[in-house]
Design a protein around this ligand. Sequence first.
Ligand SMILES: Cc1cc2nc3c(=O)[nH]c(=O)nc-3n(C[C@H](O)[C@H](O)[C@H](O)COP(=O)(O)O)c2cc1C
Length: 206
Amino acid sequence: MRFLVFSASLRAESFNTRLAKLAGAAIEAHGGTVDRAGMSDFDCPSYDHDVHDFPPGAAEFRRRLEANDAFVIAAPEYNGSIPGVLKNAIDWASRYRPQPFHERHALLISASPSMVGGNRGLWALRVPLEHLGARVYPDMFSLAQAHQAFDAEGRIASPQLRERFAQMFAAFMDLVEAAKHYPCAKQAWHEFLSEHPDAAMHRPED
Ligand SMILES: Cc1cc2nc3c(=O)[nH]c(=O)nc-3n(C[C@H](O)[C@H](O)[C@H](O)COP(=O)(O)O)c2cc1C
């Protein structure tokens, strides 16, 4: 199983980039293959509906989504919501056909110096992803007080949180594997969401 993992922060000392690194390690510890990316790989000019050529960042985002079974985003919370750079990249990539988020599994994590760890931003991030038909994992992980939540080795300092992080990744990976290999799991998603198996029948393109 292949997982695209990236942080949605461009900042060199980003807490979310540190958390993305731990996400990659958790996936590898559970037997997955990690495709590590950075937000700068997917950075795009502001979306303009009059521009018909996709920018290189959008092309790369689409390529990496399609090359993996699932994706993990470590996203900062900006003003209680999604960083603009990430929403802009999602908007660009969503214009490809076939639309690359559709039926792709996603796990959302965040880190913030605040007491809620950027969790409101993750709820906001669910909206465009679920709108696009991504299978966003119900559980999410938000690391509060991120400026003091990592230990000297770069691990999550709290043993309890470390354990929860590892368990959440293991459960997510098991679900992605089941969805890939068992047609009944895929069918269950369609039934759960009352979707028509033919995406064209279900989702308007705009
Ligand atoms: C424009 C802006 C808005 C922010 N809004 C929030 C916010 O609503 N909630 C929050 O927890 N942190 C907020 N922060 C603080 C970020 O969580 C903090 O800068 C964090 O370190 C960003 O993630 P990073 O370390 O991965 O770059 C904001 C930061 C910026 C620059």
